[in-house]
Design a binder for this molecule. Structure first.
Ligand code: BEZ
Length: 249
């Protein structure tokens, strides 16, 4: 099942994705003149911040809509998938990624490609969903989908590894892991709350359902999650967990 993206909805309901990325950007520590690839650059908010350091940055994204949104910021963006990057070997000093790697279907093909496009000694600095990420949301949505006869649709939509498992995977592709940290990051959602989150980040799961079913699944999932993720003032907090790492080839 593939995810589809609406840059406008993403801008409204997912601003926290770039707003909370200061830590991984700091870890990247881009330098003027460095050649950097932003893998899964989305709408280019962070790519633009990397470019502002004086680095020479390119973005790559599999979504034509997101790539177009990023280009409208004046960024160089290529359309492409992480498992087959459209660059020559050794093209980059660093590959950066935020909140994108957990969408990649074939992690081994992707890591082989990242290793290939990095120069020798180059770094891979990234943050992705880690083990336990959005656990409550996934369990609630899976249970409701199952009840409506759509069991399995939420399975394997994303990949959220433990630090040990991802370290081993990186090492198998020749990376030396310098940092690997699992960071619980409860994330306040904007006013659109869980409805906005589901409509933006679970389009791939929900869009194929008949309209009445989709509405029932959304409202029942929200009802199940209310006691866990909504506070008494009506504010929603999503149970995000980040895996943040630096690895070198
Ligand atoms: C994440 O960044 O962890 C994430 C974003 C959207 C859907 C699922 C996970």
């Amino acid at each position: 099942m593939s995810q589809t993206w609406d840059p406008q909805a993403y801008g409204r309901n997912g601003a926290f994705v770039h707003g909370l990325a200061g830590g991984v950007l700091e870890l990247l520590a881009a330098q003027p003149g460095e050649r950097i690839l932003d893998l899964g650059c989305g709408d280019g908010q962070l790519t633009q911040r990397i470019a502002a350091t004086g680095a020479s940055v390119a973005g790559v994204d599999a979504s034509p809509e997101m790539a177009a949104a990023a280009r409208s910021r004046g960024i160089v963006v290529d359309l492409g998938v992480a498992e087959s990057l459209p660059y020559e070997s050794g093209s980059f000093d660093a590959v950066f990624s935020n909140a994108a790697l957990h969408w990649v279907r074939d992690q081994d093909a992707m890591l082989a490609e990242v290793a290939r496009v990095l120069r020798r000694g180059g770094r891979f600095v990234a943050e992705m969903g880690g083990h336990g990420n959005i656990a409550a949301i996934r369990v609630a949505l899976s249970a409701v989908l199952e009840r409506h006869g759509f069991g399995g649709r939420e399975e394997n939509v994303n990949y959220y590894p433990t630090p040990d498992a991802y370290t081993r995977r990186l090492e198998r592709h020749g990376f030396r892991v310098e940092q690997m940290t699992l960071i619980p990051r409860p994330t306040p959602l904007p006013e659109s709350g869980m409805k906005g989150w589901l409509g933006t980040f679970r389009r791939g799961v929900l869009d194929g359902l008949p309209t009445a079913k989709r509405e029932a699944v959304v409202s029942e999932t929200i009802a199940l999650l209310t006691s866990a993720l909504r506070d008494e003032d009506g504010n929603w907090t999503a149970d995000y967990v980040r895996l943040r790492f630096v690895a070198r080839v």
